[in-house]
Each structure stands twice: as C-alpha cells, then as structure tokens.
Design a protein around this ligand. Sequence first.
Ligand code: URA
Length: 280
Amino acid sequence: MGPMIPSLDQAAARALLAFWRSAGVDMDEAEAIYAAAPAKTAAAAPQHKPPLERPSAPPVAAPRLRRAAESPVDGARALAQAASTIAELRTAVSAFEGCALKATARNTVFSDGVEGAPVLIIGEAPGKDEDEQGKPFVGRSGQLLDRMLATIGLDRKSNVLISNTIYWRPPGNRDPTQGEIVACLPFVERLIELSRPKLLILTGKAAAHTVLKREDGVMKLRGRRLTHSREGLEAPINAMVMLHPAYLLRQPQQKRLAWNDLLLVDAWLRELGVDRAPQS
Ligand code: URA
C-alpha cells in the first residue's frame, strides 16, 4: 500500500507533520514523503475528471494576478531593505512568511559567528541538525567546515560569519527549489551588503550560482579570485567558490582540491591584511 499523505491536502499534511513532530517522532521519512506528495497526487489521482460529454461551459475567469507589491520576493526585498543592521536582518528573516519551507521547519536558521567579520561564508540550506539547533553548519558537514577553517586561523568565534542561501530546512533534505531560493535572495544580498566582508566564500552550487549569477559548475568556479558586484553595492566584493563540505564527506578524494582552495583563501586574506591567530 502506498503512503497515505498524498491523499491529504497540503494544510492537513502540514498539520499532521507538526503533530508527529510535537510527539517526538523522527520526521525524516515523513518529510521525504511530504516533499514528493504533490507530484504523486497529481499523477495518481486527478482531482477533477472531465465529464465524457461536456456542455460548452462559459469560460472560467482566470484568477487575478497578485499585484507585484504582494509577491514574496517584493515582501522579502522590503523587509531586507528596512534592516539597517545584521541583527535587524535576522529579525526580518524570522518574520518573513513568503517561503513555504517555514511551515515544515522547526527553526529559522539565519547565521552563526561574528557579525561584521572579515570573512562571510554562505552555504546552501539547513539540514536536520541545523533545523533542530537553529544554527547553520552544526552537523557533520559543519564540523568538517570548522576543521578546515581552523587550519588557516578562521573560526566563528573570532573572524567568520556563516549563513545560507535559504533559511529553512527543505523537507527530507531535498534541494531547494528556484522559488525558495529567489524568495530568500533579497536577505542574502542584504546580508552581504551589511557585512561588507573582505572575502565572501560561497560553498557549493546553490550559493555560487545564486550570489554570482553564473551558471558555471562549481569545479570551474572554485579556486579562483572572483568578485561579487551588483547594483546597490558600494564596491565589488572579493569572492571565492569552494567545494561544499557535504560533497567532501561523500567524495573525500576531493579534499586535495579543498586544501588548495584553503591555501588561496589564506594567501588572499594575508594580502588583505586580515590577521589571524598563528596556527599550532
Ligand atoms: N549545509 C549547508 O549548506 N548549510 C548548513 O547550514 C548545513 C549544511
């Protein structure tokens, strides 16, 4: 017998997930089913079968397009622009209701580290551990990231701020959709603007493509001195793309490339005058 969730509507499925979660049930499997539910439902059971012989019906009026001012992206932009500090931006992200992922997430995961740090790292999306703790990169890939950063004197207590491309865990850890990414982008861009880091590090494809607006693969973008510039930024920001630590956990032989990237970060930060504690 197939899963029951596809027969429920979205609101009921969400309520059921919330109930299970509050009862302490591990949500991973249920969230994966929920994530797949809309497509399966549509394919398996069309909601409205057309009658065999349909009398010619008057055309149904198309739903009125939402005014641009009501779109999630415009809402995000307005909230982001109104924030004049990173602390205000955090509050704005928590108040944002334009990303559907919020409904299934336990926590908003915005940032961890030093606000105004010389290095800003942007990853992809919170996973299970991040969702539980409300902090980015605290699971296995986060621990690897911390160890990598430590080799060149970087850490979230002194000189790094870490955030993500989206702020809520996608159910079942699926990839974020373009809609979810676009809805959060104004906050990502505002964080970069307010942080004005000496070096922006983008880990993985989602962050690299979203922030740099380039389609090249991560293997092509990584290990190079790039810049991030866009309207509204006072000056271009130094940027680098690195392999995502979750990818390195799956492909440990690629740590060699990651090490080369770290050496470049180290050299670039030295040129930029970013002092760090000597390594033991
Ligand atoms: N992977 C990410 O990209 N971000 C996190 O916060 C955790 C894992």
